[in-house]
Design a protein around this ligand. Structure first.
Ligand SMILES: [Zn+2]
Length: 220
């Protein structure tokens, strides 16, 4: 899943307004960011197989460290521990930020299950693999992603306020950009090479995190 993950991050702002949206976007895309890094390091693997799903040509051949259920639980646990320690150091006894951030990290796996082919392993690569395969239906998978993003945006706009132009419309304009990028990806030719794809993915995700943290600061 792509932009649907962002919808979950936006919605989480309703639970706790004090968590930076940049952090929530980083958390929701953490396993993809890790995946791109592991691809560039040669540890995880994917290939481009045109036609493998109707929506995209991505064949995830080996990604147990970023995308298995066990790894997702461990990464979510790690985020919980880090943010629990950070909040204890800052004198707060509030576990909420740690819980929200960990839940967002874990949500990535379950949203991916909706769209991926059965390629998401439970443990290691040779374990049972999950995936409902909605990417085989371009319209349904695109609609679900857009719906989750719009619902998240609506909750975000309801739980934060701004009187400036940038604060009022910035996030809406950026969400339209994200939807257009997702739709454009349906018509783009397959990426020519994996390293280029991973580098672009990594830079794009970090750019999105940067833009939303900047826009979020414009809303109280
Ligand atoms: Zn993913």
């Amino acid at each position: 899943m792509f932009i649907g993950h962002y919808g979950v991050a936006l919605a989480a702002k309703k639970v706790d307004k004090n968590i930076s949206l940049g952090l929530l976007f980083f958390a929701t895309q953490f396993v993809d960011i890790l995946f791109f890094v592991l691809i560039l390091m040669g540890i995880e693997r994917m290939s481009i197989v045109p036609g493998i799903t109707a929506a995209n040509p991505l064949d995830f051949t080996y990604y147990p460290y970023s995308h298995s259920l066990t790894a997702s639980l461990l990464w979510a646990g790690l985020f919980f521990v880090v943010f629990k320690i950070t909040s204890s150091i800052s004198g707060s006894r509030n576990n909420r930020i740690a819980l929200v951030v960990a839940a967002i990290v874990l949500s990535h796996f379950f949203l991916d299950v909706i769209v991926h082919r059965p390629d998401l392993p439970l443990f290691g690569d040779d374990s049972y693999k999950l995936g409902l395969g909605l990417w085989n239906y371009v319209i349904s998978s695109s609609l679900i992603e857009i719906l989750i993003l719009v619902a998240g945006l609506w909750l975000y706009l309801k739980s934060t306020k701004s009187i400036t132009f940038g604060g009022k419309y910035g996030m809406i304009i950026f969400a339209v950009f994200l939807i257009m990028m997702q739709m454009a990806s349906l018509f783009m030719p397959p990426p020519p090479d994996i390293r280029g794809f991973a580098t672009f993915g990594l830079v794009y995700q970090l750019m999105v995190v940067g833009v939303v943290s900047w826009l979020d600061r414009k809303r109280g």
